[in-house]
Design a protein around this ligand. Sequence first.
Ligand code: GDP
Ligand code: MG
Length: 229
Amino acid sequence: MNPSLNYRNTHFITSAPDIRHLPPDTGIEVAFAGRSNAGKSSSINRLCDHKSLVKVSKTPGRTQLINLFKVDEGCHIVDLPGYGFAQVPLEMKKKWQQSLGEYLQKREQLKGLVVLMDIRHPLRELDQQIIFWAVDSNLPVLALLTKCDKLKSGARKAELTKVRAAAVDFGGNVEVELYSSLKGIGVDKLRKKLDSWYFPVFETDVETADDALIDADANPATDTGEASE
Ligand SMILES: Nc1nc2c(ncn2[C@@H]2O[C@H](COP(=O)(O)OP(=O)(O)O)[C@@H](O)[C@H]2O)c(=O)[nH]1
Ligand SMILES: [Mg+2]
């Protein structure tokens, strides 16, 4: 079992106008992406048990900044701007898509991507594009079907089955779950998934106590050649 992070400790660090302006970093980053109005801000607030860590938008598409949050030492959340907003000029959209693609493909500390999609219209073109980029970069994806409280339980399950089947076609590590910030559905699964992505940071902490042992193993001068694993 992975240790669990306390997401309530999450706090805002900074905003960046562009992925290139994100601070250089040594920890692990998990990014949240989704179409504007998909429920991304609400889902982060719910994850962190916070009413207003991230502003829930009255006017969709206004936030074009990247927000960086810290959950714990070396564990960060990157809240990417919502995409697909009709009124954003085409030139800006193209620029954003390009830098998003680069971020997903090049950012070393990025270890997982959460893609939020309204359960009533999942897997739109840009959702597919972003999942494709992530898979192409060997990045695991957790796709959340948000606002699932808007559907009755039968329709909800049918949609989940459908999107799970479609997710297989991406060929990578793409998991799909239901989510409702309103009802708290899927929050535990989201936390567990993030814990597993952040886990290498804990692992390093745990191993610190055994540093001498590890160093001895890693050092050819003292290596007895009897490593059994
Ligand atoms: N019914 C319902 N509405 C939600 C849920 N999550 C978000 N919303 C609503 O959807 C709208 C957009 O939410 P927001 O979190 O700002 O989406 P964002 O643009 O993706 O960050 C707001 O009016 C929210 O109140 C949910 O789980 N259930
Ligand atoms: Mg938002």
